[in-house]
Write a protein that binds this ligand. Structure first.
Ligand code: PEP
Ligand code: MN
Length: 307
């Protein structure tokens, strides 16, 4: 449709006396009809929600995402030690979280920043899962790590910076685990759903989308959390959609209100950074809640769903 609009605009905009005939003649009637009909069909065939189609339920371990209960995933930005992830798992579980998050491979803007503890962190995550019973989601940064991360984790996160890493998406399409696909910081909704299409068309039906804020002119918040986009994607696609209010705002204070807003607008769940001592976190401390703050937020969310 957009192509057709652009085509008709340039046609209308052409000066009457313009003599560039070849250019005017180029879109012949049949070609135009063909391109219109292609544009009318949704470009994301498998991700699209058909009329009346229910939200797809994706299982991460024994947790059902998209089944109507708000799924809350909580944990530190980075796994820092066995003790830190075990303690976080225990505290977020006590507060009512359904899953544990924690980065072992970190996509950092600067190569001089902490990059994650790798396989050791994956082992500690798996131990924390055994101790808490919470299924684990963690990011896989590169192709060569897919098998190893899939051995330890219950769900594989594709980070925002990798949303358009098509080689990684193709590889994850054949992975035996569900994928949490974060929206790229500069990705349109169409590009995001087409990235999901790589996973679906390659053979992995277990895809969960995650809005984590996009880059706009605004710098007062770390990113701009596109909650209207979440409502739209819920209409366009049958895939469950999570919201990440931590990266979406960048500020601890804003995480609870953004979480409540995400729940109210219809998100299927939240992924929230929680650290036992946020001021000492090795990454993203400013946007991490402590366990007490997380517990208060969980109470608020329970109040909303009970209302
Ligand atoms: C993260 O979850 O810690 C992370 C790096 O997220 P994003 O890819 O959305 O920036
Ligand atoms: Mn982070």
């Amino acid at each position: 449709m957009r192509n057709a609009e652009i085509a008709s605009q340039s046609h209308r905009g052409a000066p009457a006396m313009h003599v560039a005939r070849p250019r005017r003649r180029r879109p012949t009637a049949p070609a135009q009809a063909a391109s219109n009909s292609t544009a009318a069909a949704p470009p994301f065939r498998l991700a699209s929600r058909q009329e009346g189609q229910a939200t797809t339920v994706v299982m991460a371990g024994d947790v059902a995402i998209g089944a109507g209960t708000l799924v809350v995933i909580a944990g530190p930005c980075s796994v820092e030690s066995r003790q830190q992830i075990r303690e976080t798992a225990r505290r977020v579980k006590a507060a009512g979280a359904h899953m544990l998050r924690g980065g072992a491979y970190k996509p950092r803007t600067s190569p001089y920043e902490f990059q994650g503890l790798g396989e050791k962190a994956l082992q500690w995550l798996a131990e924390a899962r055994e101790a808490s019973g919470l299924p684990v989601v963690t990011e896989v940064l590169s192709l060569e790590d897919v098998d190893m991360v899939a051995d330890y984790a219950d769900m594989l996160q594709v980070g925002a910076r990798n949303m358009q890493n098509y080689a990684l998406l193709r590889r994850l399409a054949t992975a035996p685990k569900p994928v949490l696909l974060k929206r790229g910081p500069a990705a349109t909704i169409r590009e995001w759903l087409l990235a999901a299409e790589y996973l679906l068309s390659g053979g992995n039906p277990n895809v969960v989308l995650c809005e984590r804020g996009i880059r706009t002119f605004e710098t007062a918040t770390r990113n701009t959390l596109d909650l209207a986009g979440v409502a739209l994607v819920k209409e366009l696609s049958h895939l469950p959609v999570l919201v990440d209010p931590s990266h979406g705002t960048g500020q601890r204070r804003l995480v609870p209100p953004a979480s409540r807003a995400a729940a109210a607008i219809g998100a299927d769940g939240l992924i929230i950074e929680v650290h036992p001592c946020p001021d000492e976190a090795w990454s993203d401390g400013d946007q991490s809640l402590d366990p007490v703050q997380f517990g208060m937020l969980m109470n608020d969310l329970r109040g909303m769903t009970a209302a």
